[in-house]
Design a protein around this ligand. Sequence first.
Ligand code: A3D
Length: 320
Amino acid sequence: MARPKIALIGAGQIGGTLAHLAALKELGDVVLFDIADGTPQGKALDIAESGPSEGFDATLKGTTSYADIAGADVCIVTAGVPRKPGMSRDDLLGINLKVMKAVGEGIRDNAPNAFVICITNPLDAMVWALREFSGLPHEKVCGMAGVLDSARFRHFLSTEFDVSMKDVTAFVLGGHGDTMVPLTRYSTVAGIPLPDLVEMGWTTQEKLDAIVQRTRDGGAEIVGLLGNGSAYYAPATSAIEMAESYLKDQKRVLPCAAYVDGAYGLDGFYVGVPTVIGAGGIERVVKIKLNKDEQTMFDSSVDAVKGLVTACKEIDSTLA
Ligand code: A3D
């Protein structure tokens, strides 16, 4: 059986890291696409040349032609521009919307059966636009944010508790941005919810609140440190986790920006929710009960995303 084909649209910091991880994990053959001629070809060759030492079986091709992504099983989209210090994700809207139009049409014409994972910011609005421009089924187009946001939360919690990250689970809902909703009630250490750990004296409510805020600001913290770009190792790892769940039909329960129709009081809207990712794409949206405070935070996060989607429609009149 032929190896799966993984198309990476955008060969920048995240795109290159995705290509490296996909090859190391032998998820399939990789096509790296970018409009900057030379970059995808150079990165693909460089990674291919690490193959003899790593011993992976995967071909890597760099290209500026959409024809090369033909028949891709997975497309991961990072095309666009990242944030610079002082910029919010929303500042990227106009420029990245144009990029989503080109990419969506490229996927529509060349890889209409792919499972598409968008990473380009502002995430929740860009995944919506990418779905509109590509015309693919909603369950085949999603956005990576929740896996990264919960990974950041888990990392901070494991440091606070001095326990393995493997035993920390975390739950983050809502849009990717300052309004994201880390749910402490559904986040645990080996099954013990965070509020119980506060009662057990493992941490204080104050420290937990600070960790929640640090999670919300996790992207900005890296942008501030790097000075000339945004995070890429952890974002790439998070998207690879989602792609692997699709390609291997693992049915992992992962939070991502998915099309929600009927749950959480939403009718037809992309926002961060827990999902099951398997061979069918986003096979299920997992509905959980929110208390009043959580619902209020979720609603304000949804409102922020709605504002961005409205702005997209104003910029591009072809969007419904
Ligand atoms: P960067 O290293 O600049 O790579 C972007 C690449 O896109 C560049 O190589 C460009 O040449 C290329 N590009 C631009 N326009 C097009 C086009 N029309 N078609 C194909 N390629 C194009 O950025 P990056 O890899 O660091 O980040 C990529 C995106 O991911 C940005 O929008 C970031 O804001 C976003 N991002 C999202 C998260 C989430 O958690 C959602 C995290 C980190 C970064």
